[in-house]
Design a protein around this ligand. Structure first.
Ligand code: MN
Ligand code: MN
Length: 301
């Protein structure tokens, strides 16, 4: 259930409207890393997350906050675009918004491309989704940073600074949620990777340095059990996997990863310790929406 409160999450002030900057800002309204994409990604992930009610609550908390961000950035954009309808020169900055949209915001990015659900990363695997969210917050942060670099309007910078800051807050929360699942970092899903192949770093791009392109070395070739393998063209054993036999038999293919599986939080037990006494001990979707302060405790495993 959703309820709208007629109040912005953050007060928006614009000193000097700038229609061209307003068009840039559309990237965070209807763009790939924008607020609607974030709101939909986390919210729908949360609705899917029925096995871990604590992290479901996290996803719904942040997804809902992102919708409030959408409202804030929408208000900021509208203030910048307000001259579009009446000023012919300003209208040139965004004909789509002016002619088709009447000067208001719509779900397009800064280049006029329509918002699409293809922006969303929703896998139904909680730890994988959290990794996507950590990356999404990083992208949103850098987009806000670039937007701040393209305006001198103090009010706009103030609002964008707030929105940028909240992305780092979310980055922290998603990181803590992933880490507290205590899954080994390279254990994704259940099936084991093929032994041997998994540790081969193929040195597939090489150069002799004639034009400055040299073959570089780094810890990415030798960490976590990795070792470099060179092409026969480079005097190595070759990048072909034909002689590895890692997946030759069915019995090898179906092997399960022995690493501990993703832990879901012991929601019921934790809740009974931290839940306000007015709440019923029984858990269902309706009761999980009550009581904001239970999250931190239930995230502990
Ligand atoms: Mn946001
Ligand atoms: Mn965010």
């Amino acid at each position: 259930m959703y309820h709208h409160i007629k109040k912005l999450m953050y007060t928006v002030n614009v000193g000097t409207p700038d229609v061209k900057f307003g068009k840039l800002l559309l990237e965070q309204f209807g763009g790939a890393n924008g607020e609607l994409a974030a709101a939909m990604q986390y919210t729908v992930q949360g609705w899917n997350c029925v096995d871990d009610l604590a992290r479901r609550d996290l996803l719904l908390d942040i997804g809902t906050e992102e919708l409030s961000h959408l409202e804030v950035v929408g208000a900021l954009i509208r203030m910048h675009l307000k001259h579009l309808k009446t000023d012919r020169e300003a209208a040139d900055a965004d004909p789509l918004v002016t002619i088709a949209g009447g000067g208001g915001v719509n779900l397009y990015n800064s280049a006029g491309n329509p918002w699409t659900a293809d922006y969303l990363k929703i896998t139904g695997e909680l730890d994988v989704d959290l990794r996507s969210n950590i990356a999404a917050e990083s992208r949103a942060k850098i987009v806000y940073e670039r937007l701040i670099d393209h305006t001198d309007d103090p009010g706009s910078i103030d609002t964008l600074q707030f929105l940028m800051t909240r992305e780092i807050t979310h980055l922290k929360a998603f990181t803590a949620a992933l880490e507290s699942m205590e899954k080994p970092p390279f254990s994704i899903g259940c099936l084991k990777p093929t032994p041997g192949i998994v540790d081969q770093y193929f040195n597939a791009s090489t150069g002799d340095g004639d034009e400055g392109e040299t073959d570089m070395r780094g810890p990415w070739q030798t960490s976590f059990g990795l070792h470099p393998v060179d092409s026969t063209m480079n005097g190595g054993t070759g990048l072909s996997i034909g002689d590895i036999h890692g997946t030759e038999g069915k019995e090898e293919r179906g092997k399960q990863d022995n690493a501990p599986k993703a832990k879901t939080s012991p929601f019921a037990e934790s809740l009974s310790q931290t839940q306000p006494s007015t709440n019923k001990p029984g858990l269902n979707e309706a009761s999980s929406t009550n009581g904001n302060h239970k999250k931190a405790q239930t995230a502990k495993v």
